[in-house]
Structures are given as C-alpha cells and as structure tokens.
Design a protein around this ligand. Structure first.
Ligand code: MN
Ligand code: MN
Length: 305
C-alpha cells in the first residue's frame, strides 16, 4: 500500500514538473490537460481525476471541454492540479505557476509582484501545514497553521475549500483538512493518507460556483428513456465508477452533441454529480499548492514532493 502511494506520488511529481514548463504565454489549456492525462496513462498509472487547469480568479474544478480555445496569457496565475492512481492508491498534487512571457499587454509590474506574493503565500501555507502534520494532531491545528502563514502576506486563505483524506479508489474519503482553525477536533492517525491544499487570495476567501460543468462523478444507476443516455451511463459505470471524470472524455467517446445531452440528463437526474468551477470575485487572484502526505508518528512523508 505504501509502495503504491509512493509510486503514484513519484509519477505525479515528475509529470507536474514537466507540465509546469508548458505554462507560458500562448499555451492552449487543452494541450496542457492532454499532456498531463496522457503522461499519467503512459506511466502505467490510472488518472485519479481530470487534470484541472484553473486560471486567475478560478480556484478549482476547471478542465478543458472538447475543442477548448482557452489560452494562457503571460502573467496569468495558473493552477495545475493532477492526480494518479496506482492500484487505486492516489497521489493528488497541485502547483501555481505565473505564466512566462511578455506581461506588458496584460499586467503591470505591480500586479505581477502581487501575483508572486499570492503564489508564495499558498506555498508557505502548505509548508506550515506539513510541518504541523503528524499522528495525534487535530486537523484544525493544521488549518490554523495554514491561516497564520497566509496572513503574514496580508492575504486570505479560501475558507470554503479544504484538503481531504484519501483511500483506495476514493479521492475524498470523508475527513476534511481546513485552511483555517474551524475547531474540528478530528485527530490524525498514523498511516492515514491525506491531501493538504491551501489556497491563497487577495479576495475575501470565499469561492462560489461559476457557470459550466466540466468534471463529473458517478452517483447512482437510474433508468433513462433515451437510449444514448442509457449507453453513456453504462459506459461511465464501466469506466469511471469510482473517481471523477471529464465531460471531454464522454464527448470524445460519444460525440459532442450526444455526449452533452446525456451529461445534462444524467446530471439533472443526479445519476452523475456535476462539479461547477469555483471562483473568487472577478478581478481577484487565487493560488493553490497541494501535496499528498502519509501521516507518521513524528511527522509525515510527502509522497508528491
Ligand atoms: Mn488536487
Ligand atoms: Mn485534493
């Protein structure tokens, strides 16, 4: 089990480093997403969730739909969040990169300096969390450490996003790791796998649903009158029963029209759960840094370092 967690972590870490180099002016988000997902499969691991690439005020849960034209601009705050599974054991990790290139058309130097501070703040939050994590610690203590580290930059954590426990084939296994002291007295135990993911922002620290659904999870079997919808549901049950999947994977398989209609019907009936992208207020910026760790008696092992 530990070996699988470590193997998944190494795969995610290597792909994260390579993919980060693609984050620059003019890169199509869909090229980045396709690169990450195909590299995970090439490594022999499974994809634990669609590669998320969330820009600027979007904190999480964006992945490209088919034929996505969304393009990264120099100076953009780009969150790359990826996950791989080995025997069902998951590595989940994210990094924020300020896109390389000539910023002049998009941002002032002062704005870029702010972007860099926001980027550093989530990294400092994660570092503080990792220094705090060990068996016997309350999860709220980790949240307090994150909040304190981010506050030193005069920035806010995202209060309504959390890290999470991981179990075999289960990305969100029930325990939440807050990004502030929420007084959750749950105590970490040796051997638990958790993903810690501080977000920092110059906004108020609350994200809300943005339009569109690009990521989905299977929920339950239901009958549908439309044959193509029934077929899509069967396909999801066979291929994506345990961890989130991309709408793009469905439209690639069934065609854009059929796929989109099916996902709409399946979501409407709650046979699948549609995740909305999560965003801060317009004009704000959000950074994220995430590692997966295994809780130890005297600290933790970071699998995605
Ligand atoms: Mn993640
Ligand atoms: Mn996560």
């Amino acid at each position: 089990m530990i070996e699988s967690y470590l193997k998944a972590g190494k795969i995610v870490s290597d792909i994260r480093s390579e993919a980060s180099k693609m984050i620059k002016d003019g890169t199509l988000v869909i090229d980045l997403v396709n690169y990450v997902e195909s590299e995970i499969l090439k490594s022999g691991a499974e994809i634990a969730f669609p590669c998320n690439v969330s820009l600027n005020e979007i904190a999480a849960h964006y992945t490209s739909p088919a034929n996505d034209k969304l393009t990264i601009k120099a100076g953009d705050m780009v969150k790359l969040d990826l996950g791989a599974m080995v025997d069902g054991y998951i590595a989940d990790s994210a990094v924020t990169v300020i896109a390389d290139g000539n910023i002049d058309e998009n941002y002032t130097q002062d704005e870029i300096n702010l972007h860099e501070e926001i980027q550093e703040a989530s990294a400092a939050g994660l570092e503080a969390a990792i220094a705090t994590a060990r068996a016997g610690v309350e999860v709220s203590k980790i949240g307090a450490a994150v909040h304190e580290a981010i506050s030193e930059y005069n920035l806010n954590p995202i209060f309504n996003l959390t890290g999470h426990s991981l179990e075999q084939y289960n990305l969100h296994a029930g325990i939440s790791i807050p990004n502030y002291d929420n007084h959750d007295g749950y105590i970490l135990e040796e051997g638990q796998a958790i993903a810690i993911e501080p977000f920092a922002t110059n906004g108020e620290g609350i994200v809300n649903d943005a339009p569109g659904h690009y990521i989905f999870s299977y929920m339950t079997n239901k009958p549908f009158r439309m044959k193509s919808t029934q077929r899509v549901l069967k396909y999801i049950q066979q291929n994506h029963k345990y961890v989130p999947f991309s709408g793009r994977w469905i439209t690639d398989e069934f065609g854009e029209r059929k796929g989109a209609i099916a996902l709409k019907q399946l979501s409407g009936a709650m046979a699948v759960y549609p995740y909305a992208p999560l965003r801060e207020k317009e004009g704000c910026f959000v950074s994220q840094k995430e590692h997966t760790i295994i809780v130890e008696k005297e600290g933790c092992t970071v699998t995605t370092i």
